[in-house]
Design a protein around this ligand. Structure first.
Ligand SMILES: Cc1cc2nc3c(=O)[nH]c(=O)nc-3n(C[C@H](O)[C@H](O)[C@H](O)COP(=O)(O)OP(=O)(O)OC[C@H]3O[C@@H](n4cnc5c(N)ncnc54)[C@H](O)[C@@H]3O)c2cc1C
Length: 370
């Protein structure tokens, strides 16, 4: 629950957070927990996004107040694979219910800057919003990162991709639906990649679970380049189901039909026939810095590990918790910059190690597909 602040309490400062996906929502909640006034800006509209199933660690016995709050919101109170959209809606509900957070959708940040007294963003409506801090939670292709680390601004293509599909189990014939005791995660290998099959809790009040297929594929790099998803070594965008060429859909159907086991086979075939899958080129980013003056990075803007590490989200949560801990000491005047130096000191080493651990894997699996 949020801490209560009386009307005559001294100001705890203000922050602008760029990006209202999982990291941005967690950063805003953590900063508001410390009494800061937060403006949270998201370029797309509410409810326009979706994502993979994420393994979320529940709060341990030694978790602090903010960590406990964030882990409980993210995990729904249990250690399991959660649908990205379930995590996002719980975090968003919390942010919307917090009076210190002003959450604005359809607002793209096009510029960031700072001077000795404040940091600011300029939006696509040419509005300048100032704060004591600006936090970049704007993902792997971060604009804020270009300001913080201009010499190391872009995440790099890792040489492979992932097909992600999540099918409602109600779409499968009853006989093929997994039993209640079916393992939550299954891994299947094959010559050009491997599959993580998962059974995902679809969230409160939803009867059917979802059958998640996360298929890593290193045989499509030419396709990604031909379609403009990857240019040079930089990922430009994902591949929507509707945009996958017919011959590729046919090849994928043949592969899945011949080699996959149930229920993943039927779930993926359903997604292929209905084009409800997405192809995401994998990228990685090893940071050299997380902070410049009053501006800091969090989440995928700060570090992009290969998904095989299954640690991007949990690291983002730890970033938010650490940021809250650092600002709790106060950010008046020059201390704003000192607080962010503390944040970088606490996080940089461990997030660099996290990304590097996945890079070893990408070097063997990813580059072998080029
Ligand atoms: C296939 C896959 C599987 C994964 N599995 C796991 C797992 O099992 N466990 C785990 O811990 N992690 C996993 N991850 C990683 C995890 O999903 C991310 O690390 C996590 O969701 C954090 O994302 P984010 O909020 O930092 O960035 P994003 O989700 O990319 O959000 C960035 C937000 O910023 C907005 N934005 C961008 N630019 C601007 C702008 N200029 N102005 C305003 N808004 C802007 C975007 O619209 C977006 O909403 C996985 C990732 C992938 C791809």
């Amino acid at each position: 629950m949020n801490k209560l602040f009386s009307n005559n309490e001294v100001s705890r400062g203000s922050a602008v957070v760029v990006g209202a996906s999982l990291s941005g929502l967690m950063a805003a909640i953590a900063l508001a927990e410390e009494g800061m006034q937060v403006t949270l800006l998201e370029k797309v509209g509410k409810g326009h996004r979706s994502g993979a199933g994420l393994q979320v660690d529940a709060a341990g016995w030694n978790a602090t107040g903010t960590e406990r709050l964030l882990r409980n919101l993210a995990s729904g109170g249990k250690r399991s694979i959660q649908l990205w959209s379930s995590i996002e809606s719980r975090l968003r509900r919390e942010a919307e219910a917090t009076s210190k957070i002003n959450l604005r959708y359809d607002t793209r940040v096009k510029e960031v800057g700072q001077d000795g007294e404040a940091a600011w963003v300029v939006t696509d409506q040419n509005e300048t919003i100032r704060g004591d801090l600006v936090i970049g939670a704007d993902g792997h292709h971060s604009l804020v990162r270009r300001f913080v680390a201009p010499d190391n601004a872009e995440a790099k293509f890792a040489g492979y991709m992932v097909w992600i599909a999540s099918t409602n189990e109600g779409e499968l014939p009853k006989l093929l639906r997994p039993g209640q005791k079916h393992p939550e995660v299954t891994m299947l290998g094959s010559d050009s990649g491997f599959l993580f099959g998962s059974i995902i809790d679809a969230g409160e009040g939803v009867v059917n679970r979802r059958i998640g297929c996360t298929w890593y594929d290193n045989s499509r790099n030419e396709l990604l380049r031909n379609l403009g998803c990857v240019k040079g070594d930089v990922v430009q965008h994902s591949l929507n189901g509707q945009d996958i060429p017919v011959e590729t859909i046919d090849e994928l159907i043949m592969h899945v039909t011949a080699r996959w086991e149930e229920p993943w086979k039927s779930a993926m075939l359903h997604a292929l026939h209905n084009r409800t899958l997405t192809g995401t080129p994998i990228k990685e980013y090893v940071p050299n810095r997380l902070v410049r003056g009053r501006i800091a990075l969090i989440g995928d803007a700060a570090h992009v590990p290969a998904p095989i590490t299954a640690s991007g989200f949990n690291a983002s949560l730890e970033d938010a918790v650490e940021l809250g801990k650092c600002v709790s000491k106060g950010i008046q005047g020059e201390s704003a910059e000192k607080v962010l130096v503390q944040y970088e000191k606490a996080r940089l080493g461990s997030v660099r190690r996290m990304v590097q651990s996945g890079k070893m894997y990408s070097t063997s699996f990813g580059l072998s597909g080029e």
